[in-house]
Design a protein around this ligand. Structure first.
Ligand SMILES: Nc1nc2c(ncn2[C@@H]2O[C@H](COP(=O)(O)OP(=O)(O)OP(=O)(O)O)[C@@H](O)[C@H]2O)c(=O)[nH]1
Ligand SMILES: [Mg+2]
Length: 220
């Protein structure tokens, strides 16, 4: 046994405007950021688990124009978050029609044999009916989300990044999933994630210069 810390890598994919960057901001900075611009290519976030293990998170651009450049961010990953917006059915359909298969075609596993996946429906705060909004903006029901999650074999969370709803629960699932079954003394599980020519595990200086932002935090 060794007490060397591990480094996990996760990637977040889904349609533009579904709230991927907002979610990672919420994880790392514990706040809802209202003035985010649409992500250009990818952004890097990092957060440390209570065990001291690090979770490096790549937030990818949902806009189609960047798609051909994204596969490099899917190398050596441990977990993928598939995010859709519950108020836009197209963002839900595109997971089924495109994002999941596209990710499986390009992803390669990191510290573990299998890549875990979690389905996330965001913006539940818009599912309200009151005197100002007589109709809910929800376009994808919870049951549809659950049924799809069952079909593709993923845990499912409906969240509101804005209202901080289910965010800790989602982070808990991510942490559990990453820590489950890790072999501390195997070559792939010894806590050292090597930079590889064909992949991106940490933002190297050249790449960092091209990224719009890099965020890091050591809070759980
Ligand atoms: N009401 C509401 N709006 C949200 C929520 N999460 C994100 N948004 C808003 O949705 C818009 C898109 O959020 P982003 O986080 O930039 O979306 P993205 O998926 O990163 O988009 P791309 O970078 O273009 O792929 C922004 O205006 C956010 O403020 C939420 O939980 N509720
Ligand atoms: Mg973004």
């Amino acid at each position: 046994m060794t007490d060397r810390k591990k480094t996990y890598k996760i990637v977040v994919v889904g349609d533009a405007q579904s709230g991927k960057s907002s979610l990672l901001f919420r994880f790392v900075q514990r706040r809802f950021c209202t003035d985010l611009s649409s992500t250009v290519l990818a952004q890097f976030f990092s957060k440390t688990l209570p065990t001291g293990d690090r979770v490096n998170m790549w937030d990818t651009a949902g806009q189609e124009r960047y798609r051909s450049l994204l596969p490099q961010y899917l190398k050596n990953i441990d977990l993928i978050l598939f995010v859709y917006d519950i108020t836009r059915s197209s963002s839900f359909k595109h997971l089924d029609e495109m994002w999941i298969e596209w990710s499986r075609n390009h992803a390669t596993p990191g510290t573990k044999q299998d890549i875990a996946s979690i389905l996330v429906g965001n913006k539940t705060d818009l599912d309200v009916v009151n005197q100002f909004t007589p109709h809910s903006k929800r376009a994808v029901t919870t049951d549809e989300g659950k049924a799809f999650a069952a079909k593709v074999g993923m845990p499912f969370f409906e969240i509101s990044v804005k209202d901080n709803k289910n965010i800790d629960e989602l982070w808990g699932e991510i942490a559990n999933s990453l820590m489950a079954g890790t072999q501390p003394d195997t070559p792939n599980g010894n806590g050292i994630v090597m930079l590889k020519d064909d992949g991106v595990d940490m933002p190297p200086k050249t790449l960092r210069a091209r990224l719009t932002n890099c965020y890091s935090c050591v809070l759980m």
